[in-house]
Design a protein around this ligand. Sequence first.
Ligand SMILES: Cc1ncc(COP(=O)(O)O)c(C=O)c1O
Length: 475
Amino acid sequence: MDANEFRGLGHQVVDLLAEYLEHIEERRVFPAAGPGAIQQLFTEPLPQEPAPPQAVIGELETKVIPNCTHVGHPGYMGLITPSPSPIGVIADFICSALNQNVGAYSIGPAAVALERRVLRWLTDLCGYGPEAGGNLTSGGMMANFIGLKLGRDAVTRDRAQHEGVHENYAVYVSEERHVSIDKAVDAIGLGRNALRALPTDARFQLCLDALEAALAADRRAGIIPLCVIGLFGTTNTGAVDDIRALRRIADRENLWLHVDAAYGGGMLLSRQWPMRDRGLELADSITLDPHKWFYAPLDAGAVLVKDQRRLTASFGMRPAYLTDELDEAGERYQFYVHGFEQSRRFRGLKVWMSFKRYGARQIGDWIDGNVRQAKLLCALAAEHPEFEAACEPPMSAICLRYLAPGLAADEARRLHARVAQRVEESGKFWISTTELKGKSWFRVNPVNFRTRAEHMRGLLELLETEARAALREKA
Ligand SMILES: Cc1ncc(COP(=O)(O)O)c(C=O)c1O
């Protein structure tokens, strides 16, 4: 492809995407075609010969775009994937063209410097001091894994990296954790049975007396408490644990305190419901995902650590083929020495360009808009005799259930799943289902700067229609 072809094709793709974004609301949120039909579109053998670029773009237009889940559509209120900020989309295009490999300074000097600045913005937002550091990651799953590994290494006084895990340890978190915590406990060598998933109160916050009881029981059994995880915005309801109390317990018990703010970190930009006074800065490490509620396109997660020397203690290996022998002053910051990943894309660019273009204030306004929408849906449900909300949403995640008296738990679960499926089939909205304290719920979560109040009204109307229809269908 020569420069002229690149230019022509690039302009064509920008026009296509501008049109796509401008008219996104006219599309179905979710494709009408089923998984079999979509798979049938992609059965071609490995191409041996080149095709004209127009043919390739033609396939994108006919096969890929119509069969996407249009997460930028204002009716998408499902699993936490935002409407991507348009400048973030452009940043990712630039990022691929430059193909900087942020793992090593020699493959991206400006990218390394920029990404360190982005990490500083994030650590400042959390209230950390100048000795804090971090890494941009593929997402919250990887960030939670790194946070727990930092905890394991700190508590074992940097022995586990070399000797493995030989003692019985335990990790504590609320039952409302994201599954990434379970995977992380496994990945750091403790095994999933080492995780204590503790009860929550009526607002889905970790019960501190349950934590105290679990710590005492483990100590009596000769199990060593290693880490406690606070949730700053649970996936289901946006609940925030009492981080200050967790810090006090962690200090007393010599635990690492990791806080999962993968989703809830967005609230640090809220001006209407500020949450910068909740003690997040007391955590030893934090997960905070720009690709959730800072509206960055995938992927951009982050793990932040109060004392960046812990990153080096956990990951600081320098193979000869990567070492800059002559950088005796250590001026060339090597992310690979201070993090788990090596080759990785220049994730910082889209976060940096988004903050530059919109400013924290505009992004905070989008966040406040999403919280208002969740609170509106909660108020509408409270007035409706057929719906119940799990709790007043502190963020933009809200769980609702349809009240169908006389349905057994299993039937209620199927009803909620069927209604969510009917909503998907409508093409107007996309929501998910979940379980809270043994009951089934619709989970609605606008993380979307195109969503408006009218969409919440429209969603509740549709839920009412589809729930009634699903009940009739069942009868
Ligand atoms: C609270 C929380 N933590 C972690 C994750 C995992 O993040 P990711 O999907 O970016 O890996 C999620 C995902 O929704 C989440 O809600």
